[in-house]
Ligand binder design. Structure first.
Ligand SMILES: Cc1cc2nc3c(=O)[nH]c(=O)nc-3n(C[C@H](O)[C@H](O)[C@H](O)COP(=O)(O)OP(=O)(O)OC[C@H]3O[C@@H](n4cnc5c(N)ncnc54)[C@H](O)[C@@H]3O)c2cc1C
Length: 234
């Protein structure tokens, strides 16, 4: 049983036109593993609580960050008006979608807001200079939907072993990307050593299921080389 604790909002950061990060501070040590999630409750209202992945890394000291796709829900409305000084209640850490396994070559596949725990794990790998080889296939509708874009560009520049491929539905002449939806051909081309990698899949349940089916059935990736995080609710 994890007890709820009070957390103070210290900043809010727009990531895209409909994605927002909230940074909170708590009393005492902040202890979690990159990739884990929390439960946040707003306005002390049981109807205003959601599970959200922690988008910051344990190497980023002094705050916890979570990042929400803003929808027309009451929860999104309450979250989008949070300001520094406001209090929220959080329970953490939850989950086993983490780097705590003995793998060196990793492929992350993410759709939309499913990037949040992956951002945490990549930042952790970069800051700790972990001996990992990471590829990320990050699917979005268009360039304007890419959350943490500059962040990933900085991480790629800093850490030689991170390669990000953006897969977009809409073509953009000024942006280097693969156009289409992630399929077996795209994985074979962008991750040619896919049979030697451990896959982390995160996003809306339908996307995660589709990717898992594609990897196991079309590409014969063993189920034991795949871990998933489903963002129930999308
Ligand atoms: C482990 C985990 C990590 C997540 N991380 C993130 C994140 O980092 N960022 C992010 O934006 N979202 C994340 N989600 C999804 C998030 O919890 C919300 O479900 C989602 O954001 C939709 O909430 P909403 O208020 O926008 O929409 P709503 O309109 O309230 O929800 C849409 C529909 O989903 C249903 N629903 C809401 N929550 C759940 C649930 N837990 N299980 C089943 N059905 C549900 C609602 O009843 C409604 O029918 C995560 C979910 C899980 C389980």
């Amino acid at each position: 049983m994890i007890n709820p604790i009070c957390a103070r909002v210290i900043s809010t950061i727009p990531r895209t036109y409909n994605v927002k990060s909230i940074r909170v501070a708590i009393d005492g040590a902040i202890d979690f593993k990159a990739g884990q999630f929390l439960r946040v409750k707003l306005n002390n209202d049981d109807n205003l609580q959601r599970y959200l992945s922690i988008s910051s890394s344990p190497t980023e000291k002094g705050y916890l960050e979570f990042t929400k796709k803003i929808t027309d829900s009451d929860f999104s409305s309450a979250l989008s008006i949070l300001k520094p000084g406001d209090m929220v209640s959080i329970e953490y850490p939850y989950g086993a979608f983490t780097l705590e396994r003995s793998v060196e070559r990793i492929a992350f596949i993410s759709g939309g807001i499913g990037i949040t725990p992956i951002r945490s794990m990549c930042k952790f790998a970069v800051d700790k200079n972990l001996n990992l080889d990471i590829v990320l296939l990050y699917a979005n509708n268009s360039v304007k939907d890419i959350a943490f874009r500059e962040d990933f560009e900085k991480m790629q520049a800093e850490y030689g072993n991170l390669h990000v491929t953006h897969v977009l539905c809409e073509k953009d002449m000024e942006f280097s990307c693969v156009v289409g939806r992630i399929n077996a051909d795209i994985i074979k081309k962008e991750v040619p050593d896919y049979l030697g990698r451990f896959f982390f899949l995160c996003g809306p349940p339908a996307m995660v299921e589709a990717m898992k089916g594609l990897l196991t059935k079309e590409l014969e990736v063993p189920l034991g080389n795949i871990i998933t995080e489903n963002f129930q609710g999308y």
